[in-house]
Design a protein around this ligand. Sequence first.
Ligand SMILES: NC(=O)c1ccc[n+]([C@@H]2O[C@H](COP(=O)([O-])OP(=O)(O)OC[C@H]3O[C@@H](n4cnc5c(N)ncnc54)[C@H](OP(=O)(O)O)[C@@H]3O)[C@@H](O)[C@H]2O)c1
Length: 248
Amino acid sequence: MSPHVLILGGTTEARRLAADLAARPGVRVTTSLAGRVARPGQLDGEVRIGGFGGAEGLTDWLRTHHVDALVDATHPFAEAITVNAARAATAAAVPAVVLRRPGWRPGPGDSWHDVESLAAAATVLPRLGRRVFLTTGRLGLAAFAHLRDLHFVVRSVEPPEPPLPPDTEVIVARGPFGLADETELLRAHRIEVLVTKDSGGEATAAKLTAARELGLPVVVVRRPPLPDGVTAVPDVAGVLDRLGFGGP
Ligand SMILES: NC(=O)c1ccc[n+]([C@@H]2O[C@H](COP(=O)([O-])OP(=O)(O)OC[C@H]3O[C@@H](n4cnc5c(N)ncnc54)[C@H](OP(=O)(O)O)[C@@H]3O)[C@@H](O)[C@H]2O)c1
């Protein structure tokens, strides 16, 4: 019988993995999306949308749909689903792989300030600049809502949810973003400090280069840790290897 792979998606890597697996004869692949984005874009293979109902719900889904392997290819900051996936894979005795693109690392000329949370980012911001480019996503902006004296330019894929800081401009846009455009954006809005999560990947990395070239500080929210005992592979090739599809 065809092996059935469930990918927990929402990332570029999940999309690439689905395309690779769907092109293999005899492999059934289903991508699961949380349903946060209105138009998630084309995905190869089957797609299901919406939460499972916690680790128990995911365990049931793995059993009911005869899943042979689970790939957690969710975003590095999607902490709850990663915990649930690890629990469900154990409970249903389904082999699991976590795909996490490597995090960003500062290079010469970077002025990065690592913090553990959005709240910690809000604490350091006022001493770094008054005009802020905030690219941490549309959720969690309440952490900055009390910063009345700062001007925020918020960029997110979907419009952000209130509460927001009172002086906020919103740019709704989806990457990838190029260096020339990012530099122009920082200049046009007279940005003094950038805030980002350590998402990693190339699609949104140009803002870091632009900030370095303009001599701007960057506040980097570090990733939540993986659940105990869980290790990750950094790319699609690593997942294919672990699933036994690797090699020439
Ligand atoms: N967090 C980010 O910065 C970010 C950025 C880009 C993309 N994403 C993507 O957006 C999705 C949601 O992220 P999040 O940070 O809100 O997640 P989260 O906090 O880890 O998950 C919250 C709940 O959403 C449901 N869920 C999350 N991912 C799911 C998936 N792939 N399929 C089905 N249900 C899912 C689960 O509900 P139940 O408990 O009911 O199963 C989970 O408990 C993820 O798939 C992630 O890859 C997140």
